[in-house]
Design a protein. Structure first.
Length: 187
């Protein structure tokens, strides 16, 4: 059974290590798994109920929702900004949480991982993202965690795909999320 995982990256920076981690996930996807990296989160307007009107939802938000509806699972990549979740990722979660009770997460499995400059690898932000996405209707796979510290040093000259330890850990994340998604789809 083929599983579609939608990757959302909480950093907009061109050289983002979290984006590189997401690119590695696309490359490392095991057989039967397709990881799609969603582009364009910077263009999605801040969530506002006045904009979220049937037939008039901004095109970028509608594309986000459509991609999420097609996904079987989600893999969120979160850096840590001032000890918490980046606004762009929180905004995506907010758009996907609506309409209330029928949001795009719809009980689908979600894993949150990432890397950050600090010594803990962004665990606070990742915990906040797990909390937000769980409230938004996603089924957070709590035992899938990967927080890579010291990103600026670790990935200064090495893409995460070429870091054997990170590649192995990311492969394990993808395998476990694949299993959770397959179980969800079969249920």
């Amino acid at each position: 059974m083929s599983v579609r995982i939608l990757a959302l990256v909480g950093s907009l920076r061109a050289g983002s290590h979290n984006r590189q981690l997401a690119e590695a996930a696309v490359q490392l996807a095991p057989a039967g798994v397709e990881v799609s990296l969603l582009e364009g989160l910077a263009e999605v307007p801040f969530y506002n109920e006045d904009l979220d009107v049937e037939g008039a939802v901004p095109a970028t938000a509608a594309r986000l929702r459509a991609a999420a509806q097609e996904a079987d699972a989600f893999l969120l990549f979160s850096p840590e900004y001032n000890g918490t979740i980046p606004a762009v990722l929180k905004n995506a979660i907010d758009w996907l949480s609506r309409p209330f009770g029928a949001g795009a997460f719809g009980g689908k499995p979600v894993a949150v991982i990432g890397t950050a400059f600090g010594q803990y690898g962004g665990v606070w932000a990742q915990d906040e993202a797990r909390k937000a996405v769980g409230i938004a209707g996603g089924s957070v796979v709590q035992d899938i965690k990967l927080s890579i510290p010291s990103s600026v040093v670790r990935f200064a000259e090495t893409h995460p795909l070429q870091d054997e330890e990170v590649a192995a850990q990311l492969g394990e994340v993808l395998s476990r999320l694949h299993k959770a998604a397959a179980e969800h789809v079969a249920a």
